[in-house]
Design a protein around this ligand. Structure first.
Ligand code: AHR
Length: 349
């Protein structure tokens, strides 16, 4: 934000100084002229990933709401349509426009080095939001804000172990199908790892997890975080299960939208989702609560997309020269089927 008094404003102030002996009313137009002088907005370029899920749409809405003109922002928003190339082009255009701050939600972890160097060379503060890059060190960004995806995977694993213990199946061989997120993306990599860590009883963030070597991921394929793809991949899992005579006991979906797609496929195959196949997702979107309330899904691990207020706060702090935490994680919960009907009216995304 380049805050400078315009020559015109300066003249108005000077004239009010030199004419201070002339009385004026509280609504003196000279003051309304000063007040009406538009304060320069904070120009923020945001390279969003796309609109692949309810989570992503809620995240975009939250950012647009908080980084509004009324709140003092000029938001330059680009939807990358799930393509890294589009995001890189957006980042380069933000550099060209010399925006005040750049915000990046990187679709995948790798391939950002060159464009991030260009942003750093231009001296534009960079905020990384939601996902991570694999660039070494932390000097290249001002602050990172989002969810702890490893913890989310661990929570899903722990919930599953506790649930199976609760229905006296904790000692059985449990076959798990995994609907993987976007390949190369941090939520997919980390949720997978966190889930495996829980099954191995080697968690970092979640306590009291007992190893289950008898719980195995027997199928895993990417549905790119999209509902329609979740359905197609689940159809292929079910076909494989029939061909190879492997019973699928559990579906772990890296997000709720893929789980919701899978539920359609399971129903079309004449099975009961939530009963014949236990389903755990991530995000805690409204659709998951509706499915859980109907008994068709068993658990969702929360991943909050409501990042707008914190982003607005961080942008203002950067413009004021304040130092921010390098990393801030959102605090999130776990919602099993039992609480779904009660929680549904409280869900905002
Ligand atoms: O990066 C967050 C993930 O991206 C959400 O879990 C998923 O729904 C979204 O598409």
């Amino acid at each position: 934000m380049k805050k400078m008094l315009s020559i015109f404003t300066a003249m108005v102030i000077l004239s009010s100084v030199f004419t201070s002996c002339i009385p004026y009313a509280a609504n003196d137009p000279r003051f309304s002229m000063i007040a009406a002088e538009p304060v320069e907005k904070i120009v923020v370029g945001f390279a969003q990933i796309g609109s692949e899920s309810d989570w992503r749409v809620a995240c975009t809405n939250s950012v647009k709401k908080e980084l509004s003109a009324a709140n003092g922002f000029d938001l330059k928003f680009v939807d990358g349509k799930q393509k890294q190339e589009n995001q890189i082009n957006a980042l380069r255009s933000f550099v060209e426009q010399n925006v005040d701050i750049i915000v990046l939600s990187p679709v995948v972890e790798s391939g950002w080095d060159e464009v991030v160097k260009e942003i750093n060379d231009a001296g534009i503060p960079l905020i990384i939001m939601d996902r991570k890059t694999d660039i070494e060190g932390t000097d290249y960004y001002v602050t990172w804000m989002g969810s702890n995806f490893i913890e989310e995977g661990e929570k899903a694993g722990k919930w599953l172990i506790d649930y199976m213990d609760g229905v006296n199946r904790g000692g059985d061989d449990i076959n798990i199908a995994e609907l993987y997120g976007t390949i190369g993306s941090s939520p997919a990599i980390d949720r997978h790892q966190g889930f495996l860590d829980a099954l191995a009883g080697k968690t970092t963030f979640v306590r009291d997890v007992e190893a289950r070597p008898n719980f195995k991921i027997v199928m895993s394929e990417s549905g790119d975080f999209e509902q329609a793809n979740g359905k197609e991949v689940m159809k292929s899992f079910l076909a494989e299960s029939r061909e190879k005579n492997i019973k699928i006991d559990v579906l772990f979906a890296h997000n709720d939208n893929m789980a919701l797609g899978a539920i359609e496929a399971i129903k079309e195959a004449g099975m009961k989702p939530g009963e014949d196949i236990i389903i755990v997702g991530v995000d805690a979107v409204k659709g998951a609560f509706v499915a859980m309330a109907a008994g068709e899904m068993n658990c969702t691990v929360e991943c909050s997309p409501l990042l707008g207020p914190q982003l607005a706060f961080n942008c203002k702090a950067i413009m004021e020269g304040k130092t921010l935490e390098k990393i801030t994680y959102v605090i999130e919960g776990v919602y099993p089927q039992e609480v779904a009907a009660k929680e549904l009216p409280n869900r905002v995304y």
